[in-house]
Design a protein around this ligand. Structure first.
Ligand SMILES: [Zn+2]
Length: 249
């Protein structure tokens, strides 16, 4: 069992919440539920589907990458947000959200985890991105197939703009396409991102840098699961389970 407030303190310290700036998200405990936590449901996004699965499983708390409160906070309760909150409040479930700190963490962050799964060497963190070298250069198509295996879905878009073998990879999960320049400056010839906006396609073509858009949701599944593994090691007698929700974006 973990006390809710102890879990919040542990995650705040472990994920360096006080030193990783996040202009987008209120990280930490977003909805306080019961004070004693035995079952933690992990998810990428606090969607209605995910919250229903967590409630059916009798979760005491949910930990997600995409919480419910963003930017300057809630101005009104939309029907969608109301439904999601109803599930939490009716079941007395706490909701914890960890956004950029869970992308940026050098050990369990989404980007560091993807780098490990790709077998990159000499991994370094560049801002919130992970950058590292493949053991040996490979053709773009071969690298794309590797990504499809890791993310368990087709790559949404990919272009070998640099016209040479893939060797050094920069990674920024989710909607992190603005970080491509920093990865290129760190020597990356290829950039993995989650989702891409139209103008960045042209930017990448003109830089140039190879890129693969592997799915926002798909690139942000690993960090929260790795955080769950840390919690299982840290606390006895808790149950932790990740709930998968299909999302092609
Ligand atoms: Zn995201």
């Amino acid at each position: 069992m973990i006390l809710r407030d102890n879990l919040e303190t542990f995650c705040r310290t472990f994920l360096h919440l006080d030193t990783v700036p996040d202009p987008w998200c209120k990280n930490g405990l977003q909805v306080p539920g019961k004070s004693e936590i035995n079952k933690i449901a992990l998810g990428t996004t606090a969607s209605k589907n995910f919250l229903e699965m967590a409630a059916d499983w009798k979760a005491d708390a949910v930990l997600v990458h995409h919480g419910l409160f963003w930017g300057n906070g809630v101005k009104k309760l939309t029907p969608e947000l109301t439904k999601r909150l109803q599930i939490l409040l009716q079941n007395n479930i706490s909701l914890f959200g960890y956004h950029l700190p869970l992308d940026a963490h050098p050990e369990i962050g989404n980007n560091a985890q993807i780098a490990k799964k790709l077998g990159l060497q000499k991994i370094e963190m560049v801002d919130i991105c992970a950058v590292g070298d493949l053991p040996q250069p490979v053709d773009f198509q071969e690298f794309m197939s590797t990504c499809e295996q890791i993310f368990a879905q087709p790559v949404n878009f990919g272009e070998p703009f640099l016209q040479k073998k893939v060797s050094r990879i920069g990674i920024c999960s989710g909607g992190g396409s603005d970080y491509a320049e920093q990865c290129k400056a760190a020597g990356a010839d290829t950039f993995i991102v989650g989702e891409l906006s139209e103008h960045r396609y042209h930017d990448f073509s003109e830089m140039p840098i190879n890129f693969l858009a592997c799915g926002h949701h798909a690139t942000e599944r690993f960090g929260i699961q790795a955080l769950g593994d840390i919690l299982i090691n840290e606390y006895a007698n808790i149950e932790v389970s990740y709930f998968t929700e299909p999302c092609p974006i």
